[in-house]
Design a protein around this ligand. Structure first.
Ligand SMILES: *Cc1c(COP(=O)(O)O)cnc(C)c1O
Length: 366
């Protein structure tokens, strides 16, 4: 006997896991064996191939390593496998995910320096240039593309240009942007880009993936001080056969494959980006009409997730949250110390009509 689980009672307006389509959830309903070509070749290798095609205009120079666990596992695998014992890492941080990389560097004993900003400040290009100029030992730079803590979109293009001009290796946490914001790793000179199954590709949680410049990944053998989170070793097993070292999350990989097809059907990354931008624009304009101001100025804001300030001193987020949830929308608490905020995500299987319905709900419960 089993209980039939009812369909989603609410939309997740969160940074992930997020609301997925029926097609993606339906793809979870079959079991797969991990040693057979109908999984390894037809699904895993196909996904790896599609991801490099999406990420870089010279796909042959890049490869993909998929890694079990949530997105942070892939970030940790990357930092631990890429930055060698004689290297030095500059981490630029203006939020919780940048700070998580700093924690990882500390625990992994990676030689590193930090350019730390407040959660509402964007990195200064001149300062980055100075840091690199003045410290020749810095070999690698790590930056978060969309800092999901606030919704800030960091100026990746300009930072990448500076890092490349100074000939350093660039690692990008594009967890919450890849698949939802167009970028070209080749054009920008990104060496390692990390994302996961449950963000803008709109799959379910269970694994992360690292898109790597092949020539740089080839230099990472023996760096990792972890058996499981060794990116190079995972790649060696995966590259020819599509096999994972250790159990692979078969159902969620198959769901991701479906999610990639749905991304194609939508019209690819450009089309998805424009849907997310529409969602976010309608949200911000509607919320503004209801008196809710955004934490960030418009030019810092990504289309992924938006931080709103509390309406007034009497605003009770917990009441607001539960009232919205009862009416079909799960919102997200804020994560910063400087101001009282909450967040609303505009990614996932979410459309402008959903945002219009949300605005009616916010109006009703405010
Ligand atoms: C979601 C996210 C991560 C990974 O978080 P997990 O909880 O480990 O999946 C990392 N960086 C950013 C910017 C994210 O949005």
């Amino acid at each position: 006997m089993y209980e039939t689980i009812p369909d989603n009672p609410y939309l997740l307006l969160t940074p992930g896991p997020l609301s997925t389509s029926k097609g993606v959830r339906n793809a979870l309903l079959r079991d797969w064996c991990t040693w057979d070509a109908d999984y390894n070749t037809d699904i895993v290798q196909n996904i790896r191939h599609r991801l490099v095609e999406m990420a870089a205009s010279r796909p042959h120079d890049y490869t993909v390593v998929m890694m079990q666990g949530s997105g942070s596992f892939s970030i940790e695998a990357t930092l631990g496998s890429v930055v060698g014992i004689d290297d030095k890492l500059l981490i630029i941080t203006n939020g919780a995910y940048g700070t998580r990389m700093v924690e990882m560097a500390e625990i992994l004993d990676i030689n590193h320096v930090v350019y730390e900003l407040s959660e509402t400040q964007a990195p200064e290009l001149l300062h980055i240039a100075d840091l690199l100029d003045q410290d020749e030992d810095i070999t690698h730079v790590a930056i978060v593309h969309c800092e999901t803590t606030t919704g800030m979109l960091n100026p990746l293009e300009r930072i990448a240009r500076e890092v490349k001009a100074q000939d350093r290796i660039l690692i990008v946490d594009a967890m919450s942007s890849f698949g939802g914001i167009p970028l070209d790793m080749y054009e920008l000179g990104i060496d390692f880009l990390v994302s996961s199954s449950n963000k803008c590709i709109q799959g379910v949680p269970g694994f992360g993936f690292v898109i790597a410049k092949r020539s740089e990944l080839l230099r990472c053998e023996g760096n990792a001080h972890s058996l499981c989170l060794d990116l190079f070793d995972q790649w060696q097993t995966m590259k020819g056969s599509g096999k994972w070292r250790y159990t692979s999350p078969t159902h969620c990989v198959r769901a991701f494959y479906q999610a990639l097809s749905e991304l194609d059907d939508e019209g690819g990354i450009e089309a998805r980006h424009s849907r997310y931008c529409n969602n976010q624009r309608i949200l911000v304009e509607g919320m503004d009409d209801l008196g809710y101001k955004t934490l960030l100025p418009r030019h810092y804001q990504s289309p992924i997730i938006t931080s709103f300030l509390y309406l007034d001193d009497d605003f009770d987020f917990s009441d607001f949250y539960h009232a919205a949830k009862k009416r079909g929308f799960v919102l997200y608490p804020g994560k910063i110390s400087q101001a009282d905020t909450f967040r609303i995500g505009t990614i996932g299987d979410v459309y402008p009509a959903d945002i219009e319905r949300l605005l009616d709900v916010v109006d009703e419960i405010s």
